[in-house]
Design a binder for this molecule. Structure first.
Ligand SMILES: Cc1cc2nc3c(=O)[nH]c(=O)nc-3n(C[C@H](O)[C@H](O)[C@H](O)COP(=O)(O)OP(=O)(O)OC[C@H]3O[C@@H](n4cnc5c(N)ncnc54)[C@H](O)[C@@H]3O)c2cc1C
Ligand SMILES: *[C@@H]1O[C@H](CO)[C@@H](O)[C@H](O)[C@H]1NC(C)=O
Ligand SMILES: *[C@@H]1O[C@H](CO)[C@@H](O)[C@H](O)[C@H]1NC(C)=O
Ligand SMILES: *[C@@H]1O[C@H](CO)[C@@H](O)[C@H](O)[C@H]1NC(C)=O
Ligand SMILES: *[C@@H]1O[C@H](CO)[C@@H](O)[C@H](O)[C@H]1NC(C)=O
Ligand SMILES: *[C@@H]1O[C@H](CO)[C@@H](O)[C@H](O)[C@H]1NC(C)=O
Ligand SMILES: *[C@@H]1O[C@H](CO)[C@@H](O)[C@H](O)[C@H]1NC(C)=O
Ligand SMILES: *[C@@H]1O[C@H](CO)[C@@H](O)[C@H](O)[C@H]1NC(C)=O
Ligand SMILES: *[C@@H]1O[C@H](CO)[C@@H](O)[C@H](O)[C@H]1NC(C)=O
Ligand SMILES: *[C@@H]1O[C@H](CO)[C@@H](O)[C@H](O)[C@H]1NC(C)=O
Length: 546
């Protein structure tokens, strides 16, 4: 009886006893810069043990890990974060995303064929340097369905390695506290307080922003590497994988890359080494296709010689839809990055930000009872996504000659009816939140229901029970959560060890391998995977040498 009680208590309190080993607040750590070179300063031909294409969210931890015992070259098309001060702070987050894309800015814009504007990282540290910083681990179902045979002890250690380097816990901002209370009042319980674990209920989670608002993205994981074994080339645009063949098949032996003067370089992997694509869910399938690994009809239509036929390269591309409710609030609210997540038992994830936005058209001064200036409006935004999605589409090359020309991509949002049903459930929950006491303070007028809010249109239908209007809201307001993934999915393009099937000494390690997006937000899992696969590769090689 006592044992049973203890067991039940441990289930209830387990998450509160979580041992936290997070980073302690510190300044940016730029030690990695001693390993960083401008691609134009590197030799035209070189050899390393490992070549990693893309110094992003998964690529940086992978490079740091392999560098413990081997020479590693990272090739990143963007420049160093310190060239773009906006990426270094939480205050720069929105300004960075809104700035015009000049071909070199850290946020590369693209619009999917669905018509939804999107963005991907083009900077050392990848999309972890332009994202909202929320850090939360994968859900249990992800491990079961990812197609990878996880060693869960190693998974735990890999997460901890990331967390004690670049993950922080800060006090909740005023708005995040209101938002957390609203989730609890709307029934998204229990209150799980702070946890980096994926658990049903409402919790605060980690962030790669520290309490001073400094961003510590994946780039700072490079500092954990053996810097003398690590070389990072920035402004290095990889064009293609070099393959050689013999009776054992095709081997990836190196890559061709361009520097910013348009000079072409070759980098080779030594025998026993590998080429690893970590160019992200758009970049990695694009490079496989450019290199002749993909569906034959598509390769042929671009006159690309076939190295290995694989009908799934560029397919199973998915993006989790995001739907928002935005409201202007009647007082100055400090901007806040997401710190809280509501995780429902129906697999809806609800988060929020507050921001101060310039308002360009005239408004009556009576709108601002507490003296906020009409040129700077405080906006509270509640955002919803759901696990999956089930709908997917594909990515296709536009140019076979120019890697700088982005491929086209289509995600087919809500093509699967279950995705639409999940959105409706999630937005109903958001509708419930708007009717909580916690949200009352954000109203302009003390009116019943949602009448007192100043929504930025379009807002949720008043009648949350009406399926047709809820569905139409979901479709008409769809945008991206930036969690797009797929294109080199496990079990189709790569095997359980993330090796590209039909080739040798070539792997893919980034969000393109996912058939579903892990947890509420993927960056924690991507960083874990970079570390995890790196450790596995070291182990394999050590075992092979014996
Ligand atoms: C605006 C925004 C907000 C987000 N918010 C969050 C959040 O709060 N929490 C969270 O967990 N996730 C968030 N995400 C999602 C998360 O950041 C991404 O899913 C993740 O960073 C992707 O990691 P990756 O390793 O797959 O690719 P990336 O990190 O994008 O890395 C790919 C790298 O490869 C480089 N590259 C591509 N092609 C080439 C080439 N040909 N040659 C050389 N280099 C190349 C790119 O420049 C890039 O640096 C957000 C994303 C965005 C865009
Ligand atoms: C890299 O070199 C190119 C050409 O040599 C130059 O234009 C560019 O500014 C350099 N980048 C950095 C970050 O120094
Ligand atoms: C994962 O798989 C294990 C073993 O098959 C099972 O016991 C567990 O319930 C699964 N968990 C989820 C969340 O699917
Ligand atoms: C966080 O909150 C605690 C408890 O209220 C307080 O002691 C501490 O000073 C706060 N930290 C910061 C950085 O504001
Ligand atoms: C999910 O949570 C709601 C309360 O928010 C509860 O009514 C329902 O029974 C729960 N469903 C499951 C499957 O646990
Ligand atoms: C084929 O080439 C690869 C890569 O160069 C090499 O590792 C392998 O030993 C070769 N195999 C044969 C049978 O020659
Ligand atoms: C790479 O350089 C070659 C030769 O100068 C040029 O044709 C090609 O367009 C360049 N590609 C990129 C991505 O800069
Ligand atoms: C706005 O001002 C009124 C009257 O001065 C005050 O009662 C109220 O608390 C203020 N609201 C906020 C959110 O500051
Ligand atoms: C809300 O929609 C439901 C379903 O369409 C309908 O039955 C109900 O009458 C509507 N309620 C109001 C107040 O319009
Ligand atoms: C790394 O190299 C050291 C010697 O330099 C060796 O002792 C160790 O076993 C190696 N570890 C791995 C994982 O290869």
């Amino acid at each position: 009886m006592g044992a049973l009680l203890l067991f039940v208590l441990s289930l209830i309190f387990n998450h509160r006893l979580e041992v936290l080993a997070l980073a302690t607040s510190s300044d940016h750590d730029f030690s990695y810069l001693e390993s960083v070179y401008n691609a134009s300063d590197l030799p035209l031909k070189e050899e390393y043990d490992y070549i990693i294409v893309g110094g992003g969210t998964a690529g940086c931890p992978l490079a740091a890990t392999l560098s413990a015992n081997y020479s590693v070259l990272v090739l990143e098309r963007g420049s160093v974060p310190s060239s773009y001060p906006l990426v270094l702070t939480a205050n720069g987050l929105l300004a960075n995303l809104m700035q015009e894309d000049d071909g070199k800015t850290p946020a590369q814009r693209f619009t999917s064929e669905d018509g939804v504007a999107n963005v991907r990282g083009r900077v050392l540290g990848g999309s972890s340097m332009i994202n909202a910083g929320f850090f939360s681990r994968a859900d249990d179902q992800f491990y079961n369905e990812s197609g990878i045979q996880w060693d869960m002890d190693m998974v735990e250690k890999a997460y901890q390695w990331v967390e004690d380097t670049i993950v922080f816990s800060s006090n909740l901002s005023a708005f995040q506290s209101i938002f957390k209370q609203a989730l609890l009042e709307a029934g998204v319980g229990p209150d799980n307080e702070f946890s980096v674990q994926h658990i049903v209920g409402t919790k605060a989670s980690g962030s790669t922003f520290d309490d001073q608002g400094r961003r510590h993205g994946a780039v700072e994981l490079l500092n954990r590497g053996e810097l003398k074994n690590l070389r990072v080339a920035v402004e290095a645009y990889v064009e293609k994988i070099i393959f050689s063949s013999n009776t054992s098949g095709f081997f990836a032996t190196g890559v061709i890359y361009n520097d910013s003067n348009g000079k072409t370089h070759e980098a080779f992997a030594r025998d026993g080494g590998e080429v690893i694509l970590s160019a992200g869910a758009i970049g990695s399938p694009q490079l496989l296709l450019l290199s002749g690994v993909g569906p034959v009809p598509h390769l042929s239509s671009h006159a690309i010689p076939v190295i290995s036929q694989n009908p799934d390269v560029g397919n199973h591309m998915a993006d989790n839809p995001r739907n928002n409710v935005n409201m202007v609030v009647p007082f100055a609210l400090d901007p806040s990055v997401p710190q809280v997540a509501g995780i429902t038992n129906d697999s809806n994830y609800i988060q929020a930000i507050s921001s101060v936005v310039p308002f360009s058209f005239p408004q009556p001064f009576s709108l601002f009872p507490n003296g906020t200036t009409p040129l700077q409006l405080s906006v509270a935004t509640i955002v919803e996504k759901f696990s999956g999605p089930l709908s997917s589409g594909s990515l296709r090359l536009v140019s076979s000659a120019e890697v700088k020309v982005s491929p086209t991509v289509r995600f087919n949002y809500f093509e699967e009816p279950e995705d639409l049903a999940r959105c409706v459930r999630g937005m109903r929950k958001v509708g419930d939140m708007l009717r909580t006491d916690a949200m009352e303070g954000l109203k302009f007028e003390d009116l019943e229901g949602v009448e007192g809010f100043k929504f930025l249109e379009p807002s949720l239908p008043r009648n949350l029970s009406d399926d047709a209007s809820m569905e139409s809201f979901c479709r008409s307001t769809v945008t991206t959560y930036w969690h797009y993934h797929g294109g080199c999915v496990v079990g189709k393009v790569v095997d359980a060890d993330l090796r590209v099937v039909g080739t040798n000494s070539l792997r893919v390690v980034d969000g393109s391998i996912f058939n579903t997006s892990p947890g509420t937000n993927p960056q924690a899992t991507l960083m874990m995977i970079g570390r995890y696969i790196g450790l596995k590769m070291l182990q394999e090689r050590e075992a092979a040498a014996k």
